[in-house]
Design a protein. Sequence first.
Length: 260
Amino acid sequence: QRMSCGYILCTVLLSVAVLLAVTVTGAILFMNHYHTPVTESPPVISTNPEEANALVTIEKADSSRINIFIDPNCPSAAGTLGRVEGLQSSLLRALTDHDAEAKATKSQQKALLVTVADEVAKLLSHAVQLRADCDGLKKGHSAMGQELSALQGEQGRLIQLLSESQTNMARLVSSVSDVLDTLQKERGGARPRLKADLQRAPARGARPRGCSNGSRPRDCFDIYASGQQEDGIYSIFPTHYPDGFQVYCDMTTDGGGWTV
């Protein structure tokens, strides 16, 4: 539509210029051939002796002048049409190039928009994943805090149990020490008596006690197993001493059957 309007406008302007030239030429010719009445003096037509670029100067009887200017470089119709067609071609080429650039720009913008949309989608998915990871880390941190609290409680209980065990162990050691001291004292008092009993000659007609079933015991445990469970002096017959000898048997301490 723009090209058509420009073409029509150029054509109209060219037509107006041609019409104006024809009109001026007709007017000049008419003035050259027109004869005024005798009462009026004819106008004086001369070339431009004073005005620059004036082709013809018409001086009337009333001393008024008319200067006719014609541009010697006035374009012809053929040249004007050629220039208009060239302008039209260049305008068409410019419009074609502009349309091609616009299409290329639109395609690039569309591709860029598609790329941006893909990147935004990826960023959104990555953000969702990061949020899920953050929630998981928060839950793990909370669970670790609870487990740490539980471990601290267990540690406190273990420390308490260790303290109680240490106290009980100290009491047990003290009790064992007391028992050992008591046993040592009792053994210290019993050894002289035992030695005296062993050195003392047995009563007449008395025989050293042995197993109740009449067997030859190897130690006090055999005597204890046979049923004799009283403390005292007994005769034992070890394998390496078949003739036997007398010993003191402790039948009460730690279950009995101890050969002293």
